[in-house]
Design a protein around this ligand. Structure first.
Ligand SMILES: [Zn+2]
Length: 351
């Protein structure tokens, strides 16, 4: 019960500062918010102000709790003039400074204090070519948005708790969300393991989170597109269909599981796939299973994009050859690590 908790309990104080944070962004008729904007924030970005350089205790406390407020405050981009390109949460990927990393402002050419409006013109986005899978995903997402430069609507901010958008700040709901802290994700160790190929792991992470921009997901963001699978052209392109059930993907899994020493099989659900990555059996080690699975997922997504964007179709047996080469190269590169030193033998057993 909220009422049974002392006012000095940090949770309650945090929640009230959360309310203050949202008012800073959204309130139009708040003297306090205006004063803070004009005297404290000035031309800086609220999220990147150095709290050590401030002397006011209240202001310092508010700044200190920014990571907490950041979990909940979302931005609806209108004209993009107010929205911070790097720090506001305006794409499905979270604040871009976290998603793309600290080195990206220099690489993309958008300054740290830049707004979303700074990143585009009336004709398109001004970003430099993508150099990482994350940047590629962002570029792809941006093509699905209306150009802010052509909008006259103000950017707006709102509070989101567990996928529910609230019109006004709610102390009770926020407190509940903070109190029940999320358990660590049970599948984290299936994605992040020692010796993994970073670009494959990143892709797997996005796929496990079900954040990969499949056509059904893009449609759920409001994009008017055909949601049919880019590969088979028959079923809806959901994550589970594309990566597990599409005939093309099933062929890859059949070959991959056979090479791992199993009687070939496919996965009926994502949960079954996740459970298989986690089991310990005598047929294959978890490391080789994770390495191969991540390479399969990466291969499927790359092939899907090649078909969608470039109209290039590669047959399954050719893709499996490439996949095989990538697995061998990864094992060779890591052969001095304990978990990798017998993997080549295991991968070549059923060639
Ligand atoms: Zn399909």
């Amino acid at each position: 019960m909220v009422g049974s908790v002392s006012l000095y309990d940090s949770g309650i104080i945090d929640v009230n500062y959360g309310s203050a944070s949202l008012r800073l962004f959204s309130a139009r008729d708040s003297l306090w918010a205006d004063w803070i904007r004009n005297n404290k924030i000035k031309d800086s970005v609220f999220w990147s102000i150095d709290e050590k350089k401030t002397t006011s205790w209240t202001w310092k406390s508010l700044l200190h709790l920014r990571p907490l407020a950041r979990r909940f405050i979302r931005c609806n981009v209108g004209s993009g003039i107010k929205a911070s390109f790097w720090f506001d949460w305006w794409t499905p990927f979270g604040p871009l400074i976290d998603f793309l990393g600290d080195s990206e402002p220099a690489q993309t050419g958008i300054p740290l204090k830049g707004s979303v409006a700074n990143a585009c013109s009336m004709t398109g986005w001004r970003l430099r070519p993508a150099r990482s899978p994350q940047a590629e995903l962002l570029h792809f997402h941006l093509t699905t948005l209306h150009l802010p430069a052509s909008s006259i609507v103000d950017d707006s901010y709102f509070w989101r708790i567990e996928d529910i958008d609230l019109e006004a700040f709610s102390t009770k709901k926020t407190w509940e969300a903070i109190r029940h802290r999320q358990q660590p994700l049970s599948w984290a160790s299936q994605v992040w393991y020692k010796g993994a190929i970073p670009r494959h792991t990143f892709m797997m992470w996005i796929v496990f989170l079900n954040m990969i921009p499949t056509r059904t997901r893009l449609a759920s963001w409001g994009m008017q597109i055909d949601t049919t699978c880019c590969i088979c052209g028959i079923h809806s392109e959901t994550r589970d269909h594309l990566f597990l059930h599409c005939e093309f993907s099933e062929d890859l899994w059949v070959e991959a599981t056979r090479r791992l020493g199993y009687r070939s099989f496919v996965f009926h659900t994502w949960e079954a796939f996740s459970a298989w990555l986690d089991i310990k059996d005598s047929t294959s080690t978890q490391t080789v299973r994770r390495l191969v699975s991540q390479t399969v997922i990466y291969t499927i997504w790359t092939e899907r994009n090649n078909r969608y964007h470039n109209n290039v179709i590669t047959p399954v047996h050719v893709l499996f050859k490439k996949l095989d080469r990538q697995v061998r190269d990864a094992i060779l590169a890591k052969r001095h690590q304990r978990k990798f030193n017998h993997l080549m033998q295991s991968w070549l057993r059923f060639i």
